[in-house]
Ligand binder design. Structure first.
Ligand code: NAD
Length: 378
């Protein structure tokens, strides 16, 4: 029997041939399934900033189906520090200029892009062209056009694409989705969600620089409130109206400070979201025909906390969301399981972001959205 390399195996799985051909031959399928479950995929982190250092790399010590195999950094001093700390092979260390030769490195299966938002598109496309599966941090890019470019590059190069939406792998989020789907508290009528923090740091940080961030609170934290509005109702909105508030224009010179938005849904449900770089917010509350449920905090790194109108608390054992997220993506690559945070979800959220900015520019005018089920994973 011809032995399949890891790469050809992933390629077959990516094409869906695993499901149709291999699974019809049970002993062979079992052999491949066992092999792939035992195999850990190598991840290379691109951009060794705060998120990679404090969340992604430590989480990769807890993952079952992937591990930290390499790094791509623009800061020479970080190479030796990370090599030593994570016992990395020298050949798996790249900089932004020589990154493309990663194509020849079989240790790296997945490239995880954790750079400032406006750099996602370039590095995701380069990773896809190098034949690597891609995880792109949120927000996926700074425009719908860029999201399309990433999605197309991954399709053309036959690699899988996931967005760094860690909450999609979180058990609390999935409990909420279950309540919505099973109508545990009746129909969801109104959703309220907040996602913000107070920014007081370096006024020259990239998050406050539109050319690097694409926008302010909305791009950074707003995507969480957009996501909660959608999984809190179980559907995409059909319209949005939005307002912007500026109280510290000297600090927020280039990017939005606080934004509120209201969504309408086809079944009559309504949602209100607030996102801010000048106020704390970390909450989801769903008001239903027979009670309510809420998460507060709703989207921090955990532990998340939840309650319902029955007097119950929602509780799950703590596990790093990023470990769950990267394992979910690795299983998607290895076993063709569902992609729970696909590129289309990132693009859908960017369509909403653009509609919110348009509504603000037009004095709060309601913007129709024709999203269908784009980005809905059930
Ligand atoms: P950070 O500022 O801590 O790190 C940014 C990294 O990019 C640094 O290593 C820096 O050297 C590098 N870089 C390269 N070119 C740069 C430039 N021109 N300007 C500034 N930095 C440059 O940022 P972070 O918090 O690690 O965020 C990185 C990405 O991860 C962002 O897209 C952010 O939205 C995302 N993020 C996601 C989560 C989440 O919970 N999913 C949390 C934090 C950050």
């Amino acid at each position: 029997m011809k032995k399949l390399s890891r790469r050809s195996f992933s390629g077959i799985a990516a094409k869906g041939i695993l499901g149709t051909t291999l699974l019809s031959n049970m002993p062979l399928a079992k052999a491949f399934t066992t092999k792939s479950m035992n195999k850990k995929l190598g991840i290379a982190l691109v951009g060794l900033g705060s998120y990679s250092e404090h969340q992604l790399a430590p989480s990769l010590l807890e993952t079952e189906h992937c591990y930290l195999a390499g790094i791509v950094t623009g800061t020479k001093e970080k190479e030796g520090i990370w090599k030593e700390k994570y016992n990395l092979s020298k050949k798996n260390i790249y900089n932004y200029d020589n990154f493309d030769i990663i194509a020849k490195n079989d240790d790296i299966d997945i490239v995880y892009v954790a750079l400032p938002n406006s750099m996602h598109v370039d590095f995701c496309i380069r990773a896809a062209k190098a034949g690597k599966h891609v995880i792109c941090e949120k927000p996926m890019a700074v425009s719908v056009e860029e999201c399309d470019a990433i999605i197309n590059a991954c399709k053309e190069n036959n690699v899988k694409l996931g967005v760094g939406y860690r909450m999609q792998s979180d058990p609390y989020t999935n409990e909420v989705k279950k309540y919505v789907k099973e109508k545990t508290f009746g129909d969801v009528l109104f959703v309220s969600s907040d996602a913000g923090y107070v920014s007081n740091g370096n006024p020259y940080q990239w998050r406050l620089n539109k050319s690097l961030s694409g926008g302010g609170a909305l791009m950074n934290m707003g995507v969480y409130a957009i996501q909660t509005s959608i999984y809190g109702t179980g559907q995409n909105p059909i319209s949005v109206s939005a307002q912007e508030f500026s109280t510290r224009p000297d600090y927020f010179k280039d990017t939005d400070e606080t934004i509120t938005a209201q969504f309408k849904f086809a079944n009559g449900a309504v949602a209100h979201m607030m996102t801010s770089h000048n106020a704390n917010g970390n909450r989801l509350k769903c008001h239903c025909s027979n009670g309510w449920f809420e998460l507060d905090p709703a989207h921090s790194y955990g532990p998340i906390s939840g309650r319902t109108s029955n007097g119950d608390t929602i509780e799950f054992p703590f596990k790093r969301q990023q470990a769950l997220q990267m394992d979910d993506f690795a299983k998607h690559v290895l076993l063709d399981t569902k992609n729970i945070a696909p590129g289309e979800m990132g693009k859908r959220d960017m369509i909403i972001v653009e509609a919110i900015y348009k509504s603000i520019a037009e004095g709060g005018k309601e913007q129709a959205l024709s999203l269908g089920d784009l980005g809905i994973v059930s």
